[in-house]
Ligand binder design. Structure first.
Ligand SMILES: [Zn+2]
Length: 271
């Protein structure tokens, strides 16, 4: 079930020679750049959760539309300094992350790639990746967008969700634990899975991946969680994980097709 981005696969960006790549780029495919995170995910999930799950989603999508996509190697590290009170997190500062990703997208655009998607496996990367995507648009000839993987399947996730809102799906929660169980249940310590929703709820601020609050206010994770979990991991199941994983992959395939066929409109200077 677990997949690697195999060398020599048609969709793998870095397995071509430069001469081959010249032809591949002329096919006007969509470059997909995954960015994850290495950080604590409670006592029951490995610290690779965001990166591992994201890479599996990208490979599964690429296998379905190998000729429409160029999959780049995952960037495993993201912005997670707010988790640093727990052992494990390796954080890249937000500005570094944005600049680093921009350097990659600029290189892609220089080679003639016109369509770039940055797929994000970790919520707190989002503002920095959006910044990189917007700067890519303004500083190159490419179109570029960024998004959190799970946002592609909010409707399907809401349908299988049993945990309370807000708070049941936030971090190392019902959703992430379910998907990890589906992909590699032997790595999940379900006997240590807990429910912990420790932030103070207000009218305008809460934490929930699928239904976020109007106000974004992030605090040190150790001030809102003792276990590292925010959500209800005890409600996780393989079946839910399968549904969520497949929904994200299916919708990612649709998105790639849409971006592949999107008309790129030239600027017009009205001065
Ligand atoms: Zn996570």
């Amino acid at each position: 079930m677990l997949k690697k981005i195999e060398y020599g696969k048609n969709y793998r960006y870095d397995s071509y020679t430069w001469e081959e790549l010249k032809e591949i780029i002329a096919q006007d495919r969509v470059a997909l750049l995954p960015v994850g995170s290495i950080e604590q995910h409670g006592r029951h999930l490995p610290i690779d959760a965001d990166s591992f799950i994201l890479e599996q989603m990208c490979i599964a999508a690429a296998e379905k539309v190998p000729k429409d996509i160029l999959l780049l190697n995952l960037i495993p590290y993201g912005f997670c300094w707010h988790h640093i009170d727990f052992p494990g997190p390796l954080s890249v500062s937000g500005r570094h992350l944005s600049d680093f990703v921009l350097d990659i997208t600029k290189s892609l655009a220089y080679h003639g790639i016109q369509r770039i998607l940055i797929i994000n496996g970790h919520g707190s990367n989002a503002p920095y990746l959006e910044d990189a995507a917007r700067r890519t648009v303004l500083e190159t000839n490419a179109i570029c967008g960024s998004f959190i993987s799970y946002n592609l399947a909010k409707k399907e996730i809401a349908e299988v969700r049993e945990s309370e809102w807000p708070g049941g799906i936030a971090h190392a929660c019902e959703m992430e634990t379910s998907v990890y169980l589906y992909l590699a249940k032997e790595r999940v310590k379900m006997d240590k899975a807990v429910k912990e929703i420790g932030f103070s709820k207000s009218k305008y601020h809460w934490i929930d991946t699928i239904g976020p609050s109007p106000v974004s206010m992030r605090t040190w994770w150790s001030t809102i969680s003792e276990s590292g979990v925010v959500g209800d991991a005890t409600l996780a199941s393989i079946k839910k994980g399968e549904i969520i994983f497949n929904a994200v992959v299916e919708n990612l395939v649709q998105l790639i097709k849409e971006i592949k066929n999107r008309k790129i409109v030239n600027r017009k200077d009205h001065h």
